[in-house]
Design a protein around this ligand. Sequence first.
Ligand code: NOJ
Length: 545
Amino acid sequence: MPATDPPWWQSAVIYQVYPRSFQDTDSDGVGDLLGIRRRLPHLVELGVDALWLSPVFPSPMADFGYDVADYTGIDPLFGSMADFDALVGAAHAAGLKVILDLVPNHTSDQHAWFRQSRSSRSDPKRDWYIWRDPSPDGGPPNNWLSDFGGKAWEFDAATGQYYYHAFLAAQPDLNWRNPEVRAAIYDAMRFWLRRGVDGFRVDVIWHLIKDDQFRDNPANPAFRPGDPPHHAVMPLYTTDRPEVHAVIEEMRRVVDEFPERVLIGEIYLPLERLVAYYGRDLGGVHLPFNFALLQTAWSARVVAKLIDGYEAALPHGGWPNWVLGNHDRVRVASRVGPGQARVAAMLLLTLRGTPTVYYGDEIGMQQVPIPPERVRDPFERNVPGKKLGRDGCRTPMQWDTSPYAGFSDVEPWLPLGDDHRHNNVENQRADQTSIYQLHRRLIELRCTRPALRLGRYRPIAASGDLLLFVRERERERLLVALNLGDEPLEVSLTNGRLAGTLLLSTAGDRVAEKVTGSLDLRGDEGAIVELSDEARLPSQTPLPR
Ligand code: NOJ
């Protein structure tokens, strides 16, 4: 098949599924692959193009699949390899790509590689992990901390050394400086690429290489009580090491052995560091995940600045991407409130670059409070009481009004949101003004309007709660006006003229309104206006993209 130009992942909308929580079909309270397959029509109706699955590989589930015990299998909890193949086949038949979650930074401590590695100091796999002698006082080799609380070093009494784990002790880090390790992971990648997967989201890719001198991380002067404990030091020697880029280039070459595949990197770094992950001559990851909208204060000025800063920082030809939610962060509807969740959706789906939608955000699912006795997240269990838990954004998908929301016919592994009886897909499908229908319309518009999919981004100066920009391609110009506040406001173009037709409002109740001179927005409302030939934008040089 000839390569598409531009590549599919540039015009795609990606949808992240957390498999445990999407659809249970075998009545164990945990979602499975067959469930995802049965729910593909939902993805098709929503209009997304690609499905990213959080890990489904065999795992003791200490970190719910981010502790992989076998890179080329399927955990029986989720189904079989035949179920996986059937899912990929059905997704492809429905026009959906499938992206897997590759977790190469660490394995489970139950992985055969680690069992071998810890068996003796002279084992051929010893160097596949990061083993160090104790410091002279017998303690850990240095001050590195685990992201999940406590020291990042675990003592192995049998062999008298410590191993490094950036996350749980049950997730020992692989030694990516060892070429055999790299080759083994690349083989696993080829295994799935040959099975037809369309790419990978690579877990914590900026962690892969650690300092070869094992220097102490410096103390973090900005650390405050209540911050996650590992923020006490700055991860200078444990993440974002310069040598990581050569490794990522190697990984990219593996993906490029197969046509039309995508490599996405999970990278939590400030934008100016993040963009380095496009790599030299764009030979790094295709999409370094841009989490800026997940972490920003929700104010028009701050958001406008971050969009402009990101656009300006991108390397030539580097394709942007945006995301509002994932399985590690508080749900967007709870972060910004239900009214602004609609505005955020309009922003996500009208910005330049590939958007990723987290399952449930299309119906405005809220962060669910988890009673202490039902906490499952190992991070929360290790560091309780700090509201760091991730269970609340991983609760079962709310499909319908039945007792377990159509997710399962038994009590699910995590509690359902209290609002599931009314806030669910079934109800929102029937309501033309729902946030679900808004997502559908936004995605449809993105699909039918090249300006939204591929056009230039042109910021328009605005004040107060108004966020304003234009997407343009050839003669098509679409103005996106977002009210990030709850008071009404009037949009007009200083030193320009506003004229056109309103295509879509976040409220879902305004259609084909003529816009002349100014546009009234209600509180929490956003709108897309197709500018007519009479419209004149304030003179401003468009960004050269
Ligand atoms: C990032 C993943 O998104 C998160 O869920 C996981 O716990 C850590 N990486 C460790 O794999």
